[in-house]
Structures are given as structure tokens and as C-alpha cells.
Design a protein around this ligand. Structure first.
Ligand SMILES: NC(=O)c1ccc[n+]([C@@H]2O[C@H](COP(=O)([O-])OP(=O)(O)OC[C@H]3O[C@@H](n4cnc5c(N)ncnc54)[C@H](OP(=O)(O)O)[C@@H]3O)[C@@H](O)[C@H]2O)c1
Length: 266
């Protein structure tokens, strides 16, 4: 039985991936901070035929990332895939930020959490010739105004996992980096604002948001097919190349992704 660890499994894309993978009769190790929400996801996965283990985890703490992997191995004896999905959003103009402490905190969740979990799971993934997934963002391919903090974490993820992919190729471990665009979850409402509090609103246009089920399906397909990358939306696929040829045009497109009231003042 395939053993798959998913971080950020209590809600959104991670929870949806768990629901979809549960249909395939796998063992799921579900990690996030909110235990009750994880238990609810686990119950639904059990009902669909999966085995589950809930491990309350704050990925911003290295010790908890180590414990997550150790708990998975203790229960199931192996790890076949690690999905580094836990993440938080943020929206603030850099000039409006007074205390940069939360920039560091965001880096710990979005980047270091993925690095710590991957480091702990690596021996087991090498043994199983397994799969690593990193959930970055289109904001990790193109700079978006108001997203210096978030974009930095997601560009960093992309660079880290691209290098790791090359390192792990001889070991038969695949690394799939996913770049979702706007997906219909609560992430933007929960993101940091300039003061380091919770945004409580979305700063992006939500009209063309991708359904979470489609996003989860594409990531699972990429993981199973050992694809290097899953770049979601035609705009995202075009944007990454177009920015080399016409960076000014991409800056305009990135600005247009924002609602009018959060655009940078001139
Ligand atoms: N939705 C989008 O439009 C979008 C677009 C591009 C990329 N992404 C990326 O996709 C991933 C999932 O996002 P989502 O939209 O599903 O967000 P979401 O619905 O807000 O879910 C985020 C998940 O991450 C967990 N999490 C947050 N901080 C954590 C921490 N310190 N330790 C452990 N778990 C933590 C949350 O659980 P707890 O609160 O229980 O810890 C939750 O399960 C993120 O990495 C995000 O950056 C999302």
C-alpha cells in the first residue's frame, strides 16, 4: 500500500487531495495544526477506503516536521510520497510594512516547512523511489505587486525543488512542482496583512478561480506521472515565457490580477 504524507491536509487543496487519493486505497498521513479538522478529513477518507494517520503538525517547527515523518514510518513502515502543500498567503505593499517579522514567519511555513519535511522523509523516499510534490504558485513564477513576501517564499520553493530534482534523479525519486493560479479556497482571507494580522478579505479577482477539485486532480496527475511541473491555467503557462520577451506586458497582467482598491498608489 502506498503511503502518502500530505501537509496542509486540514482544508483546501490538501484536504481535497486526501479525499481524491482515498478513492485509490492508499494510506494517508494527514498533517496540519488543526486536529479536529484533520480528524474530519480522515473520517471521510476512511469511509472511502483509505487508511489514515492524523499527525497534528506546525510545519514552521523543524522538530514537528521530523516527528511527522517518524510517526508515518512508525505506523506504516515506509513513505512513498510527500506532498509539501501547507502554506499561508499574504498581501501588503512593501512600503506599508513596518515590522518584517512576519516575512520571516511566512518563509518558515511556506519554504522551511517544505525543506524540513523533505529532509526528514528523504531516506524513506530514496528507499521507495518515491515522489515529492512541492506546491508553489504562479506567484512563484511571476512577481505580483503586493506579494513580495508570498512571492519570495514561492520563488524560493521553485528554486530549491528544481535543484533537488536534479540531485535526486539518479536515485529514482521524482520532484513535481505545482504552480496553481487562483483556486477557490479560503487561503487569501487567512493571509497576512501589512501589520502581520489576518487579511479577512481577498485582494485578487476571484471570478475565474479554479475549482479546488480540479486543482487537486491536476496535482495528483502530476505526482503520479512524475511530471517535473504542473503549471495551471493557460495564462500561467504563457506568462512564464512571455515575461522573458515582454516583461512590461507581464507586469500589466500581474497588476490586473489585483482588485482595484489594493493596487499600488502612484
Ligand atoms: N488557493 C490558491 O489560490 C493557491 C494558489 C497558489 C498556490 N496555493 C498554495 O497551495 C497550498 C494550499 O493552499 P490552500 O489554498 O489549500 O489554502 P488553505 O485552504 O488556507 O489551506 C492551507 C492549509 O495549510 C495548513 N497550514 C497553514 N499553516 C500551517 C502550518 N504552520 N503548519 C502546518 N499546516 C499549516 C492549514 O491548516 P491549519 O490551519 O490546520 O494548520 C491548511 O490545511 C499553499 O501552499 C498555497 O500557497 C494556493
Amino acid at each position: 500500500m502506498q503511503v502518502i504524507i500530505i501537509t496542509g491536509a486540514s482544508d483546501g487543496i490538501g484536504a481535497e487531495m486526501a479525499h481524491q487519493l482515498a478513492q485509490k486505497g492508499v494510506a494517508l498521513v494527514l498533517a496540519a495544526r488543526k486536529e479536529a479538522a484533520l480528524q474530519a478529513v480522515a473520517a471521510a477518507c476512511n469511509a472511502a477506503g483509505a487508511e489514515t494517520l492524523v499527525v497534528p503538525t506546525d510545519v514552521a517547527q523543524q522538530e514537528q516536521c521530523r516527528h511527522l515523518v517518524a510517526a508515518a514510518v512508525e505506523r506504516f513502515g515506509r513513505v512513498d510520497a510527500l506532498v509539501n502543500n501547507a502554506g499561508r498567503s499574504a498581501h501588503a505593499l512593501f512600503e506599508e510594512v513596518t515590522d518584517l517579522g512576519w516575512y520571516e514567519d511566512l518563509m518558515k511555513v511556506n519554504l522551511w516547512g517544505a525543506i524540513w519535511c523533505t529532509h526528514a522523509a528523504l531516506p524513506y523516499l530514496k528507499a521507495s523511489q518515491g515522489r515529492i510534490v512541492a506546491v508553489s504558485s504562479l506567484a512563484g513564477l511571476v512577481g505580483v505587486p503586493g506579494r513580495t513576501a508570498y512571492g519570495a517564499t514561492k520563488f524560493a520553493m521553485a528554486g530549491f525543488f528544481e535543484a533537488l530534482r536534479a540531485e535526486l534523479k539518479p536515485h529514482g525519486v521524482s520532484v513535481t512542482t505545482a504552480y496553481p493560479g487562483v483556486v477557490d479556497t479560503q487561503i487569501r482571507y487567512r493571509g497576512y496583512n501589512a501589520a502581520g494580522g489576518e487579511l479577512g478579505k481577498s485582494s485578487l479577482r476571484e471570478d475565474a478561480a479554479m475549482p479546488v477539485a480540479e486543482c487537486a486532480r491536476l496535482i495528483i496527475e502530476g505526482m503520479q506521472g512524475r511530471k517535473r511541473e504542473v503549471v495551471m491555467t493557460a495564462k500561467g503557462r504563457l506568462g512564464r515565457w512571455l515575461k522573458l520577451l515582454a516583461p512590461g506586458l507581464i507586469e500589466k497582467m500581474a497588476l490586473n490580477a489585483l482588485k482595484d482598491d489594493v493596487k499600488p498608489h502612484t
